[in-house]
Design a protein around this ligand. Structure first.
Ligand code: MG
Length: 248
């Protein structure tokens, strides 16, 4: 069952997710060679707390920080640390909030200084695949229509979509039904209704789709072939005519 949110619940989703969009816009100016991922995380945490929300990732399943910061071949769930960002890397920043009992979730991938054309293309295709996907989303369509559109777009550019990690319903909990794969068959999956809230998040690998999880921290998810990976996520509400994006 995908929850159908009332208009007053959607108002609360807008508020929680606006903070996510704001912090992801704010953080971009700090993504530079020489900054540590822990410094970025502190800025993010302060921003969310100052906005009156809580960072939902902190303590989630034991995760130690307010944000996931994932460099180059790290797909998602990188743990902020004293690691310094270097020119030419790409870094994905994933942020979650809770405000008045409702959850926000979103992610962006940024270039650190100047990056190779191939890495820039990976960032661009990942973002574009989200927008290709949401063209297929409105009340009465099936979730697989989104999944298929993302996969088709990504693969047409020679990249692959991660299979082991997926998007999700979102609302009173950060992760609710349904799972939202970024690959699949058109016309398959649950029927969408107006008021469904979804975190849609293509994770795209420059090489193959296989990933590994680091044994020592049980979080860090890497492209198995060591090639770069990008991530782009927005929380949306399904409407009768399309989607309202809550995290831009
Ligand atoms: Mg998410």
């Amino acid at each position: 069952m995908i929850a159908v949110r009332t208009s007053s619940e959607i108002e609360k989703m807008r508020a929680a997710n606006k903070i996510v969009g704001d912090v992801l816009r704010e953080i971009e100016q700090y993504v530079k060679p020489g900054v540590t991922t822990l410094e970025l995380n502190s800025i993010i945490e302060d921003f969310i707390l100052t906005a009156g929300a809580k960072p939902s990732f902190k303590g989630y399943g034991g995760f130690p920080a307010a944000s996931c910061i994932s460099i180059d071949e790290v797909v998602v769930h990188g743990i902020p640390s004293l690691r310094v960002l270097k020119e030419g890397e790409i870094v994905s920043i994933d942020v979650g909030t809770i405000l008045n009992g409702y959850n926000g979730d979103g992610a962006r991938t940024f270039a650190v200084g100047t990056v190779s054309p191939e890495k820039q293309r990976l960032i661009d295709v990942t973002r574009e695949s989200f927008f290709e996907g949401i063209k297929q989303v409105k009340a009465g369509r099936r979730l697989g229509d989104y999944s298929h559109a993302v996969q088709t777009y990504v693969e047409s550019h020679g990249f692959s979509v991660v299979r082991a990690m997926v998007g999700h319903g979102i609302g009173k909990a950060m992760h609710e039904d349904p799972e939202v794969p970024n690959y699949g068959r058109a016309g398959s999956g649950p029927l969408l209704k107006a008021g469904n809230c979804l975190a849609l998040e293509p994770m795209v690998n420059a090489g193959g789709y296989a990933v590994t999880i680091d044994r020592h921290d049980k979080w860090t998810c890497r492209a198995a072939d060591g090639l770069p990976s990008a991530h782009y996520e927005n929380t949306v509400v399904v409407t009768d005519t399309g989607v309202e994006i809550l995290t831009l």
